[in-house]
Design a protein. Sequence first.
Lengths: 204, 408
Amino acid sequence: MDELTPRDSEFGLEKAAAESAPILDQSAGSFFKQLLGFWVTFAAQFRKVNTVQYPEEKEPTAERFHGRHQLNRHPDGLEKCIGCELCAWACPADAIYVEGGDNTPDAQYSPGERYGKVYQINYLRCVFCGLCIEACPTRALTMTNEYELADDSRRKLIFEKEDLLAPLRQGMLMPPHPMYPDSTDTTYYKGEVPHSHPSQEPNV
Amino acid sequence: MNAATLIGNDPGWLIAVKGLIVFVLCVLLTLMSVWGERRIVARMQMRLGPNRVGPFGLLQSLADGVKLALKEDLIPKAADRIVFVIAPVISATTCFMAFAVMPLTGKVSLFGHQTVMQLTDLPVGVLYVLAIASVGVYGIVLAGWSSGSTYPLLGGLRSSAQVISYEVAMGLSLVAVFIYSGSMSTADIVAAQHKWWYAVVLFPSFVIYAISMVGETNRAPFDLAEAEGELVGGFHTEYSSLKFALFFLAEYVNIVAVSSLATTLFLGGYHALPGLGFTENWLGGWFCMVWFFAKVIAFFYLFVWLRGTLPRMRYDQFMKFGWKVLIPSSLLWILVVATLRVMSARGAPRALIAAFTFGVVLLIMAATSLYEKANRTINVESLPDSSVEPSFPVPHVSGINRVESNNG
């Protein structure tokens, strides 16, 4: 790795001066200097290879790698997405399709009035630029590090809401269910809802 | 009994068996060399290369062959259909024919017959190889022309010009070998190298041959005819499926063929390395084949090494190099060799021969130093005057004082 890091002199004034200096000696010694190239390739044969045996060995991606999207949930299980379509508007590749729907007392999917009824991302179009993530006002949409998205048909590469939603964690309930007692959407956004409340469980 | 008599006594069935052996060896060597090249180049680029099919990926070229065979065979609308089909056949058949005169072993017994592992021994064997190589060019030219497409045509033209130019240098480099061995038969040339390899005795010829064989086979750094970046593959752009496979096969068999010729003419053929002569009797003489192929593989490695190291040459530089450097220098070398040969044949005193050699070396040194001196003065004079601001805009570089321009 050391040899890849440029030394200061390679970018400094000395380099600029050296590059713009006229080349006086064009022929002498250049033939043997060219032969040095053969040594480079020959020696490289005995160095360690950089290949990763991919399907068998998987190396973790960079921490902030742009992979498949994920629709997040509040700690009680309600969806964060409010169906505002800002992600779809931000998308330069027109890969996102959103249809918002109204929450009703019987079917509450997200805190507040609206939720994302239909949410599709077309991974044949998506360029993984992350502008949708920047646009999202509720941090509902984030990206994971998952990159194995190849498939054999166009249909399979349009991910629906079910494919994108984050799994239920400890203390979460599958929506639709009522909001946390004595809370508004603001308390949700402030992160004041710790987990689901027994009153939110569906009446069986 | 010499090789020619032994071959002359071969019954018909033995010739057929030998032909089969040579063919199978060529195809196997080709498959292995495609794999070997990819593995070696990969290591040079710090990769692994094909390692999926079979142990160490050994069956990769077989898998590629099957894949190519299963592909759709397209013939473009504008193509000349008959020539289009014939061209790859010409390429693939001619490249195998060169092996007919390659001596692979000395005296061995094959199915109870005393013979040598060489299909036939022509008195003009080496000329035959050169002639076959020239016929092989027809495959390339016709493929380029009959595709009915621009880039293949350019590739075919380049290729023909290239192969013709480098064949001249190649042929001239072989003249010294003929003068020294007094024969054009491959078996006799190998026999003549019993004491000293011609790569040592005729080193300049060897260098010229080694360079021109790379040009002859259209390989990097002389792969201008295929030049992926410029010609989209060159003459075989429009070919697919088995027809493409034939060109692919031809290219690699050609490499093996010119390497074999180099081995035969300059590296002592099937003879063992100096000091290991006792190995030639192992396995009843068959062990010679190991030496032969070891030398061929060494040449093949050289090809791969060149490809892994050097960038492609520019076309005009390439032609200039062939016509203005290789051909004149080999002509000069032939003159020297012929003079030496005649002097020693006429029984000239050793001092005279030494004096002549010394004189030639001195003359060459004087000429090169004069040439370089002339070059250096030109270089200094032709340098741009750095104190004058150039007429085109240049980026500002701190630390370098430029004369401020008046109009700014």
